[in-house]
Design a protein around this ligand. Structure first.
Ligand code: WT7
Length: 650
């Protein structure tokens, strides 16, 4: 592999950045040599109502136990709101830009305080108590942030479900955490279209009732004002309900290890897991990474394009920036509406300094030509970020040259829902950049590459990425299933956290994430278990068996390729393809839409009945010349049919 062009830290950055290379090395050294004293110092960056005396108490062995700052007490909403009132009360906290370019709103820290207090009082009035789970199914409007912060104010655990998920997916998440209160909107706006959030919520609640989970209150925020279904006694209009409530709600003092939120994410098997994050360590880590990775300074206008339904929307749209007293921009819409200039128009309109987005958006915009970018100024920008999937060097160079006009550092940040915050990343003033590499570990992070036998590889190497010691933002458990937590992350390589990613380390010690090595797909930066798509397919009456794999896709990163075996007597057709796509969208949501469906009379299986996905991946990539050893197949002839009818012929 040829090394791409190196972009050294620019001279001015060495001067102005919070962290230069020497500081990075010194702090990193200290952070891994003596985590207790390093994190004792940085743990103080948030405000504690009762200071911690213990710092790190973690073990990746046996039953796995992770505790940080365990005797400290704090409240997340106090750190994200109240704490800034004295010095930044009139500063904009949330800068909201509507789907419609004519709509925007500025919410100051003082206003945010009132909104959060009222919402918290409303939740209390609805009987929500410390430790209760509240499901949030919202569009990208400020009330989504108020709702999340209101939960943290009273110690309720929020579970935000992305607005693109189907009623079935929403129901599954409501049932898993036994959530009896749901916060939603009448409808959402996205790219000029409406999304039926309340209707989906009503359906989800009916589905959840079949599993004996009875949702007793639905708080509905009015966004479009269109008519929606209504259940008296259960449904409440947010606007009406908070009108008479006090803006003051005393914060609940939370233990550092009290649960903060649950976020469901796909794995290689079974239904999505409820990733559980706790209070103190998460906030310390989210705020610290937000400050240093983006070189955030007071007064910067910061924009992360992620939806609050994903972890990026938790850590880097909301909690990290607000804990740091930043102005965080929240965008309701999409990059290509009204046209492909929208991102850059917003950058100019609000004079954005720090911009953080996903490679899939960049690749799509790159494809529509440079003029959409060049007709805007973008002169306010100082730092560009990337997250969610590997960024290919072509997209990286386009981001650097066209969007950043070769003057702005790019931070390619690697992390996961499970990690709570960024683990591998450049720092703008410290790290020479290599397009496509997430570069070096953040403070306190100890990555190791291991081979398939679990042997640790030193120096330049290619292997599976593990992290061998805990950091404060790490997930603590799978909600309601600690055994699954231990099994999923700590059993493949005993005593190590296994990320599920493949990775190469070069001679300079830079990390290059190569993508998932398990049966998890990354489609447009969204994580999708092949098992989930397969179970959606086989739930269709005409499908007898299904196997799903990923294949390289120019814009999405990975596309979803489905091999489908039909029930006896059924015939594959274009019409049935459409029906199956619609079926998967209904079961999971649009993000799981199959890109290719191949009807196949049989699947390649070993004599013990295990599907050989390696072969299916090769055929999906149109690389069937390199199928490797097929001699262990029960019926080698199956492969000839699969090759002959492949859907990705070049
Ligand atoms: C998976 C985690 C991190 C928040 C958004 C996604 C992939 C993430 C990068 C990156 C290469 C990346 C990994 C990881 N990934 N960032 N900068 N370079 N790959 O969170 O849904 O939990 O997905 O996304 O494969 O395991 P997630």
């Amino acid at each position: 592999m040829t090394e791409p062009h190196l972009h050294p830290v620019q001279a001015e950055w060495k001067e102005r950045a919070l962290i230069d290379d020497a500081t990075y090395r010194a702090w990193y050294e200290k952070s891994v040599a003596d985590p207790d004293s390093f994190w004792a110092e940085h743990g103080k960056r948030i405000q504690w109502s009762k200071p911690f005396s213990r710092v790190k108490n973690t073990s990746f062995e046996g039953d796995v136990s992770i505790k940080w700052f365990e005797d400290g007490e704090t409240n997340v909403s106090v750190n994200c709101v109240d704490r800034h009132l004295e010095t930044k009360g009139d500063q904009v906290a949330i800068l909201w830009e509507g789907d419609n370019p004519a709509e925007d709103k500025k919410i100051t820290y003082r206003e945010l305080h009132g909104h959060v207090g009222r919402f918290a009082n409303l939740l209390k009035q609805q009987g929500v108590k410390r430790g209760d789970r509240v499901t949030i199914y919202m569009p990208m409007i400020p009330e989504a942030a108020y709702a999340m912060l209101a939960c943290t104010r009273i110690g309720a655990i929020h579970s935000v479900v992305f607005g693109g998920f189907s009623p079935d997916a929403l129901a599954g998440r409501i049932v898993d955490c036994q959530s009896t209160v749901v916060i939603t909107a009448d409808e959402g706006y996205r790219g000029g279209k409406t999304i039926p959030l309340k209707e989906n919520t009503d359906k989800a609640i009916d589905i959840a009732a079949r599993s004996d989970v009875a949702v007793r209150s639905v708080v509905v925020v009015k966004r479009t004002g269109n008519l929606v279904g209504w259940v008296d006694g259960r449904d409440i209009w947010y606007g009406d309900a908070v009108a008479d409530l006090s803006p003051d709600c005393p914060p609940e003092a939370m233990n550092a290890e009290d649960p903060l939120f649950i976020l469901y994410t796909s794995g290689s098997t079974g239904k999505p897991k409820g990733v559980l994050h706790t209070t103190g360590g998460y906030l310390v880590y989210a705020s610290m990474t937000h400050q240093y990775v983006f070189d955030y300074h007071d007064g910067d206008i910061y924009w992360c394009t992620a939806d609050v339904g994903w972890v990026t929307g938790h850590s880097y749209l909301l909690y990290g920036p607000l804990a740091n007293g930043a102005t965080t921009l929240m965008f309701e819409g999409v990059p290509n509406y009204p046209d492909q200039s929208r991102f850059w128009q917003i950058v100019d309109k609000h004079q954005v300094n720090i911009f953080y987005t996903a490679p899939t958006a960049l690749r799509a915009l790159m494809g529509s030509g440079d003029d959409y970018v060049k007709k805007t100024s973008r002169s306010s920008l100082k730092v560009l970020g990337s997250v969610g999937e590997p960024i290919n060097p072509e997209a990286w160079e386009w981001y650097y040259k066209v969007v950043g006009e070769s003057r702005i550092p790019i931070v390619d940040t690697w992390w996961q829902t499970e990690t709570g915050g960024i683990l591998i990343t450049p720092l703008p003033g410290a790290t020479d950049l290599k397009p496509g590499s997430a570069t070096r570990p953040f403070f306190g992070v100890k990555p190791k590459l291991v081979d398939s036998e679990g042997q640790v590889l030193e120096g330049a190497a290619d292997g599976n990425l593990c992290i061998i010691d805990s950091w404060p933002g790490q997930m603590r458990t799978v909600y309601g299933d600690h055994e699954r937590f231990v099994q999923t992350y700590f059993s493949t390589y005993a005593g190590k956290y296994f990320t599920g990613d493949g990775c190469r380390r070069d001679a300079d010690g830079y990390y290059w994430i190569t993508g998932r090595v398990d049966d998890v797909l990354n489609v447009s930066g969204h994580r999708m278990g092949t098992a989930e798509v397969e179970s959606a397919l086989v739930s269709h009456e005409k499908v007898s068996e299904a196997a799903v794999v990923g294949y390289p896709h120019d814009v999405k990163g990975q596309g979803i390729y489905c091999y489908v075996t039909l029930m006896a007597g059924e015939q594959g057709s274009e019409e049935l393809r459409k029906e199956l796509v619609a079926h998967v969208r209904k079961e999971i949501g649009a993000i799981a839409s199959p890109d290719k469906i191949q009807f196949s009379p049989g699947l390649p299986k070993t004599r013990s009945g295990k599907i050989m996905r390696r072969i299916l991946r090769k055929i999906a990539e149109d690389d069937y010349g390199a199928l490797g050893d097929t001699s262990t197949l029960a019926d080698p002839a199956v492969v000839d049919d699969l090759v002959a009818n492949r859907q990705n012929k070049k």
